[in-house]
Structures are given as structure tokens and as C-alpha cells.
Design a protein around this ligand. Structure first.
Ligand SMILES: Cc1ncc(COP(=O)(O)O)c(C=O)c1O
Length: 403
């Protein structure tokens, strides 16, 4: 009797509807292997291995130590000083003019903002157009909010851009928003086709869809490639919101700070929801983030150059061991098709065996959506003096398991 009365205490149907969180499985395996004598080379999570630049850390320490008012509750939407610094940075970097009072809010990391945007906008059954593969919050946020994900496969043949002509009109009519993320996690694709974003704007206008542009990797680009803001595109202001993160740009992943910006009419529901749920990012973190935005951006460029060097080295090494790989123009990732010799293995199976047998941690493509099957993602977040070892282990693995 007692047991059955407790049966109703179950997680919500929304939580149960989430796909299994593959990253937790990989983390658990990594932890298991770390306990053994095996040397782990972590190319898994996109978690920068560099420290936050010292001028940002110094600002945090000084603020916490000498300005006790920053220990009080912050404002959910972010302090005016932070929003002003974001506005200046956006104008300087992209030529996009924003009103700091109404068109910018701070986030406790962009992941938080993206997930809450779904709650702020979606009613049960509302459709959202999501690329497949995608950063998992783009689909998990929708599922948690009770919405319906419509997957737009992004494939190598189309440079990992969604083919909007393939979205059925009846779905587009029902869709409330569309997530886009370029430079892209996990595929590392950038937008080279100048016609793509104008076509997105036209599509969004035709069907009344909000474009949620996740620009977490805008500063992590290589060579001559410069990533745009969605708002640089004519007409984008009428249909868009943009999300930014300090995590990769300034190696501040653990600080949990980002921002959302765009027309106040689109931003207001998120701001309202957050005012009920949280108090915003801590004031001392916001002030350190201001130091990140207002000081020289040389550290950002140095950082990107290091990732570029790592990318080139890893791509050359992979090709040498017979695992085809292509150079990228941005992000910290390589999206690798499982080579023919290992094609009999599913991506999760491959990642699990790799960790257990070689200590090399990678992320299985299936964790990013059904179209991610057949791929693994490598994050270039380990010093490149470890690449030689990692490649030797991969080579041996292919020899042992290859068919
Ligand atoms: C595409 C994309 N958006 C957002 C985020 C989350 O960033 P934040 O640390 O600001 O929550 C990530 C993190 O990996 C990401 O890859």
C-alpha cells in the first residue's frame, strides 16, 4: 500500500521525454577510466583548457574584495553597466546598434537563456525548427517546454546549412521559431554562402517565425573568415534574437555569463520569465565581463590562433593515419565521419570503446541528434603536444577494430 501510494511521485512527462543524455554516459565512463592507470586524453566536452585572461580575473578579485555591494542580489536583466558594455562591443564588432535599456539582457550563460526562451514562448504542440545535428539545448529546451521539434537535417553536401525549401509549408506555418548556430557546434561549419542568411530572413518573414541565432562561437574563427551577427543582414531585426556567450570567447565557461539581444518585443518574454526565476548573473561576474568586453581583444585573437594551429595539426595527423578530415574555419571542433574501416560501429559504441580501450575521449555524434549518427566530434581542448599520442592510439584502435 505504502509503495503504491508513492508510485505517483515520478518525473514529469516532459523530463521523461528527453532523449538519454549521452554526455552523462561519456562523463561517467571518463570518470571510471580516470580511476584506473590509463592516461586520459580528453577531446570530449567543448570546455576550454586555457585560463581566463588575467585582467578579467583581476577585475573579479578586486571587485569581490573591495566592493561589498556587489555581494548583494543582482538585477535579473543585468546591470546597466554590463548592458552598456555589451552595446558598445556589439557596435564595435558588428556595427549593430542596440539600446542597452531595452534590447540587451544578461544571462547565466547562454545555455540558460536558450532553455528559458523555450519556456517563455512555447505552448504544448508549438513547433520549433531545429538543425540536426545541433547543440543539444536547441532540442532539449523545446522538449522540456512541451514544444515539438521539427528537425532540419544539416549534411556535408549542403555545407551543413539547413535546406529551407525542404521544410513543409504546413510545419513552417505552425513553427514559432527556428534555431541557427554558425559557426556551428558540432559540425564546425560557418556560413560561406552570402545568400543563406537573407533567405532565412525572407523565410522567417513569410511564415512569421522568430530566428534565434546562437552566436556562441562568433569570435572563434580562423584565417580571413569573420563571423557575422544575424543583425547585419537587412530585415533580420524584424525577425531575430541573438545569443552570445563569454564561455569560449574569453575562456569563461565556468563563470556562467552571456547575453541575449534583439528587439525589445521579442526579448521581453524572456526578461519577464527570468525575473520570476532568477536574480541574474552575480554583479561581480558582470563587472569582470565588462572588463573582458572593454579591454583589448588581443587575447581573443591569440586564442583563436591557437585553436587554428591545433585544428591544422589534428587534421593533418588524422589524414596521415587514414581518418579523412577537413580543415575548418572556426570553432574548437572537428566533426569526423566514422572512417569506412570502423563503419560497422555506431557512434556511441565507438566512443565507449575508444575511452575504455585507449583513454581518448570523444563525443558520439548521436548525442547531437539522429543525423549525427555516423560521426564523432573531437574538441581541440587539449594541448597539441598530446595529439601525437592521441593519434597513435586512434591508429592502433582502427587496426584492432577495423574491418
Ligand atoms: C552552440 C552553443 N550555444 C551555447 C552554448 C552554451 O554556452 P554558455 O556556456 O554560454 O551557456 C554552447 C556551449 O557549448 C554552444 O556550443
Amino acid at each position: 500500500m505504502k509503495v503504491s501510494s508513492m508510485d505517483k511521485i515520478k518525473p514529469s512527462k516532459k523530463l521523461a521525454a528527453l532523449p538519454p543524455y549521452i554526455f552523462s554516459r561519456i562523463n561517467a565512463l571518463k570518470a571510471e577510466v580516470s580511476k584506473t592507470k590509463m592516461d586520459v586524453i580528453d577531446l570530449g566536452m567543448g570546455n576550454p583548457d586555457f585560463p581566463t585572461p588575467s585582467h578579467i580575473v583581476d577585475r573579479l578579485c578586486d571587485t569581490v574584495k573591495n566592493h561589498h555591494l556587489t555581494h548583494r542580489y543582482p538585477q535579473s536583466k543585468g546591470m546597466p553597466r554590463f548592458r552598456k558594455a555589451v552595446a558598445a562591443w556589439m557596435e564595435n564588432r558588428f556595427g549593430v546598434e542596440l539600446d542597452p535599456a531595452k534590447e540587451i539582457i544578461s544571462l547565466i550563460g547562454s545555455k540558460e537563456g536558450i532553455a528559458h526562451l523555450c519556456t517563455a514562448y512555447l505552448d504544448p504542440g508549438d513547433y520549433v525548427l531545429v538543425c540536426d545535428p545541433a547543440y543539444p539545448v536547441h532540442f532539449n529546451g523545446v522538449i522540456l517546454a512541451g514544444g515539438q521539434v521539427y528537425s532540419m537535417p544539416i549534411v556535408a553536401e549542403n555545407n551543413f546549412l539547413p535546406d529551407l525549401t525542404k521544410v513543409p509549408a504546413n510545419i513552417a506555418k505552425k513553427a514559432k521559431f527556428m534555431f541557427l548556430n554558425y559557426p556551428n557546434n558540432p559540425t564546425a561549419a560557418v556560413i560561406d554562402d552570402k545568400k543563406f542568411l537573407p533567405a532565412v530572413v525572407a523565410f522567417a518573414k513569410k511564415y512569421g517565425i522568430l530566428v534565434v541565432f546562437d552566436n556562441a562561437y562568433s569570435e572563434l574563427t580562423f584565417g580571413d573568415y569573420v563571423a557575422p551577427s544575424f543583425f547585419e543582414i537587412p530585415g533580420a531585426w524584424d525577425v531575430g534574437l541573438e545569443f552570445h556567450s563569454f564561455s569560449k570567447t574569453f575562456n569563461m565557461a565556468g563563470w556562467r555569463i552571456g547575453w541575449a539581444c534583439g528587439p525589445s518585443k521579442f526579448l521581453a518574454p524572456l526578461e519577464k520569465l527570468k525575473s520570476f526565476l532568477d536574480y541574474g548573473a552575480p554583479t561581480f561576474i558582470q563587472l569582470a565581463a565588462v572588463a573582458a568586453l572593454e579591454n583589448s581583444q588581443d587575447c581573443v585573437h591569440t586564442q583563436a590562433a591557437i585553436y587554428e594551429r591545433r585544428m591544422k595539426k589534428m587534421v593533418a595527423g588524422l589524414n596521415k593515419i587514414g581518418w579523412p578530415a577537413q580543415e575548418t574555419k572556426g570553432t574548437m571542433y572537428l566533426w569526423l565521419k566514422i572512417p569506412p574501416a570502423l563503419a560497422h560501429m555506431k557512434s556511441l559504441d565507438l566512443a565507449e570503446h575508444l575511452i575504455q580501450e585507449t583513454g581518448v575521449v570523444v563525443t558520439p555524434g548521436i548525442g547531437f541528434g539522429a543525423s549525427g549518427e555516423g560521426y564523432i566530434r573531437i574538441s581541440l581542448v587539449t594541448h597539441d603536444n598530446r595529439f601525437h599520442d592521441a593519434l597513435l592510439r586512434l591508429k592502433k584502435f582502427i587496426k584492432t577494430h577495423g574491418k
